[in-house]
Ligand binder design. Sequence first.
Ligand SMILES: Nc1ncnc2c1ncn2[C@@H]1O[C@H](COP(=O)(O)OP(=O)(O)OP(=O)(O)O)[C@@H](O)[C@H]1O
Ligand SMILES: [Mg+2]
Length: 358
Amino acid sequence: MAKAAVRLDPTRTGRAAATLAEDLRSRVVGQDEAIRQVVDVYQTYLAGLSAPGRPVGSFLFLGPTGSGKTRLVEAVAESLAGGAAAAIKIDCTEFQHSHEISKLIGSPPGYLGHRETQPLLTQEALDKRRTSAVKLSFVLFDEIEKASDALWNLLLGILDKATLTLGDNRRVDFSRAAIFMTGNLGAAEMSAILQPGMGFAAAGTQRAAAVDAGLEAKISRAGVEAARRRFTAEFMNRIDKTVVFKPLGEAELNLILDLELEIVRRRILDSSAAPFAFSLTQPAREFLLREGTDPRYGARHLKRAIDRHLVSPLSSLIASGQAHGGDRISIDFDAGTAPLLFFRTPRGLPEAGLSVAA
Ligand SMILES: Nc1ncnc2c1ncn2[C@@H]1O[C@H](COP(=O)(O)OP(=O)(O)OP(=O)(O)O)[C@@H](O)[C@H]1O
Ligand SMILES: [Mg+2]
């Protein structure tokens, strides 16, 4: 008797892919569709079913500024290659002229400077960033719309044949690389959708509200249409996944603040023999969110606001001997000249106010 066929469920992910998805979601907030696409490609790679002779995956990330496009690529490298630095990052604005392209691929033998500079995109550069666990390299072309024609041709070759020819004719194999490209195309249209009639100055004072599904769909369409206008069909057809990132609402920005504060906490734990703890009141958190986020720039300036208003004053307090390892520092908000107020609780005593030199 023939055995009954068992219906299979291709929507279920494998354990390695599920772990990656979970890890990425813990680092990147509110961009689940982008994460899903990355995990999908990773799973295809793990199954050995990636198309031969092409990069393992190629992604075009579009969407508003400060929404996590670059952050997601760093997060992939953190998850799969041991650190954000494992991703080779090429800022397309820096390679506009032919002599700058040679920083990427080197110059032909005999040219001035041929031996002096090691090109960025060599086989060794790709290989050395691979871990033995995940034998993949991650290459990010940031701000792709600014790429010069020379860089463009180079990129088309990588996407199409997974090879790059260096200045001295050596070949670099990209068939074990994932290529990420990010762009700001359609950014102006997106801001107009997010804040109709809003001027530049007013935008800075606005809080990001939750973004509804209708708005999200409009933003997504604006991104894809702008990309189609700017890029040739030949290029768009070579990209495996085009994802438009979502604008971040207040809930997401709050979660990102938590992530960034956690990073500061870990830094304190890792760097200090006698670490101290800190906590923020709700008004202090709101202050950092006001300073570091807005609808136009997303979370782009959040790190800077945290450095300026939190990390730097904390460092002064340690340097001036007002706070020590083992202390608990609580941080409140005051609208005066030094907006964040710092209080120390030295083991069992009432809180003492600390002063931070401006
Ligand atoms: N979705 C997110 N999840 C976690 N952190 C985020 C997210 N979006 C932004 N951030 C924070 O803001 C910073 C800037 O984000 P990122 O560099 O990814 O912006 P981007 O989308 O690449 O913008 P741009 O188009 O201007 O390059 C990140 O380093 C991170 O601290
Ligand atoms: Mg970016």
